[in-house]
Design a protein around this ligand. Structure first.
Ligand SMILES: Cc1cc2nc3c(=O)[nH]c(=O)nc-3n(C[C@H](O)[C@H](O)[C@H](O)COP(=O)(O)OP(=O)(O)OC[C@H]3O[C@@H](n4cnc5c(N)ncnc54)[C@H](O)[C@@H]3O)c2cc1C
Length: 469
């Protein structure tokens, strides 16, 4: 059992503001990000209009070309947003959280892809003088004759591969690491698709200002990827030099890994967050896996707790002390930062209890103001630690053992006939006045969300993380 440590000095942008201060700030960031995207879309539409886009809709051939140009411009803005969404920019990461960014990434990704396909078909059809039968020949002509088109076609192939392998049906059939590798081709696809815009795009050829603006945007995005997806992780790993300190069995197939390192007093993670981990113990270490911190980070060390589910998570049990560890992150919004109320409820199932165990230790709360509802099938993880927190901090712990009583219920068999919402209100009568942190399997977490909303918890005070994307 881990001795309950004094939390380390807080990282500047995690110091609790007045209740809700950071939550309001992050809401403002989300709003501004959305506004910036719409502004970008309006700007390219303005370019299209001032470039004669509307007038060109009068003839069949010119209408094809004109709508082809508009779809191309909008697709590019969305492609740009794609790169920025996954560039790990701290301001966006903290405001959205990675799972919400991943959801936005999916939506923007499919939309920009469909618009890109429309762009290719419409522009080619237009160049074929509106004659559909001549379109394949024209496509070949454009590819070999126009500057940057060969690159654009190669880029399109990369993007088609990225999108096709990201369709849910395909994702289910592909191993995570293979999908992840294929997904990296998206960067190549974006890079190859860009030049033809600036070499053949009417809007760019017509205005130097527009070209400079567009190049600057793309350079900034590439810069963001280099800084936050490469530079920052390298700098942090060089600074903290993490190693495995100990591996301890917590339950059958569940192991805690205690990590040591340098300058951990300034390790940038908050209780509730997760990181991407790579253990340099054997070939295949290049593949990273996300695991949440299962205790508050201290200047002496970090802890994660992992359930063996597949190849990589099963390796954890055999990790040796001294093994070097690389990390990426921290990520996630299941933290103090999302909080708006003095009272909290932490609801977790199975290994999903790990970030909530860290929150139960790391959050500020008065005795009685924090409640954990712990769902588990057989044995509860961290039972002794929760008891120690109950004793030391006045945390209230509610156990809900047993297998789920029904597919649409998140409660165990022991909860009797009460509805989920009634049981929740019985356990925590003032649940509607609390921030509710939830972590567990996706469908289970969704059942919790539904019953919490029924019990009066507004969505903005529901902070949910699930272990599957
Ligand atoms: C935000 C987050 C926090 C998590 N925290 C914990 C934790 O604290 N403790 C714990 O035991 N588990 C945690 N998990 C789950 C854990 O990451 C997976 O169980 C692990 O990655 C499985 O990898 P594998 O090689 O063992 O199994 P595989 O057979 O390769 O994969 C099993 C499942 O895990 C998914 N998966 C595999 N690799 C990744 C990856 N790199 N990113 C996302 N999903 C992946 C696959 O899609 C598949 O559904 C977390 C997951 C997420 C998304």
């Amino acid at each position: 059992m881990t001795a309950l440590a004094e939390p380390h000095t807080r990282h500047p942008n995690t110091r609790p503001q007045t209740a809700g201060g950071w939550a309001r700030f992050d809401a403002g960031v989300r709003l501004s990000a959305g506004a910036a995207l719409w502004l970008g879309l309006l700007l390219v539409s303005y370019w299209w209009v001032t470039g004669g886009g509307v007038q060109a809709l009068t003839g069949w051939e010119s209408a094809l070309m004109s709508t082809g140009r508009l779809t191309g411009l909008v697709a590019s803005v969305l492609l740009l947003a794609q790169v920025l969404l996954m560039a790990r920019i701290p301001l966006l990461e903290r405001a959205f959280g990675q799972d919400r960014l991943a959801r936005q990434h999916r939506l923007v990704g499919f939309t920009s892809f469909n618009l890109m396909l429309a762009h290719i078909v419409l522009i080619t059809w237009g160049y074929a003088a509106g004659d559909l039968a001549a379109t394949p020949g024209t496509f070949w002509q454009l590819t070999v004759d126009y500057p940057g088109m060969l690159l654009a076609v190669a880029g399109t192939v990369c993007l088609v591969m990225t999108v096709v392998t990201s369709v849910k049906a395909a994702r289910r059939r592909i191993r995570y690491e293979s999908w992840h590798l294929l997904h990296l081709y998206a960067y190549l696809g974006v890079g190859l698709a860009l030049p033809h815009q600036l070499w053949t795009g009417q809007e760019f050829l017509a205005s130097t200002a527009t070209t400079v603006f567009w190049w600057t945007l793309w350079a900034a995005s590439a810069g963001a990827v280099l800084v936050w997806r490469l530079g920052q992780p390298i700098a942090r790993n060089l600074r903290h030099r993490l190693r495995v300190g100990a591996v301890v069995a917590e339950a059958e197939g569940v192991y805690s890994v205690y990590l040591t390192g340098h300058d951990l007093g300034r390790f940038p993670a908050l209780p509730g967050q997760f990181l991407g981990w790579r253990f340099l113990d054997r070939p295949g270490w290049t593949r990273g896996n996300p695991y949440s911190l299962s205790a508050t980070p201290t200047s002496r060390g970090l802890r994660i707790t992992v359930k063996a589910l597949g190849d990589n998570s099963a390796r954890i049990a055999s990790l040796r002390p001294g093994t070097r560890v690389l990390f990426e992150g921290p990520h996630g919004r299941l933290t103090e930062r999302a909080r708006t109320r003095p009272k909290v409820a932490l609801i977790g199932a199975g290994v999903g209890i790990t970030p909530l165990r860290a929150l139960a230790e790391g959050l500020d709360y008065a005795p009685g103001d924090a409640v954990v509802i712990h769902r588990y099938a057989d044995r509860p993880l961290f039972d002794a630690e929760f008891e120690a927190l109950a004793h030391r901090r006045g945390l209230r712990v509610v156990h809900s053992p047993g297998h789920r009583r029904a597919p649409d219920s998140w409660l165990g068999a022991g909860a009797g006939q009460f509805s989920d919402a009634t049981a929740l209100r019985a356990w925590i009568p003032d649940i509607a006045d609390r921030d509710v942190y939830v972590c567990g399997p996706e469908a289970w977490a969704e059942s919790v969300r539904r019953s919490a909303v029924t019990a009066g918890v507004p969505n903005e005070r529901l902070h949910i993380e699930n272990f599957a994307w």
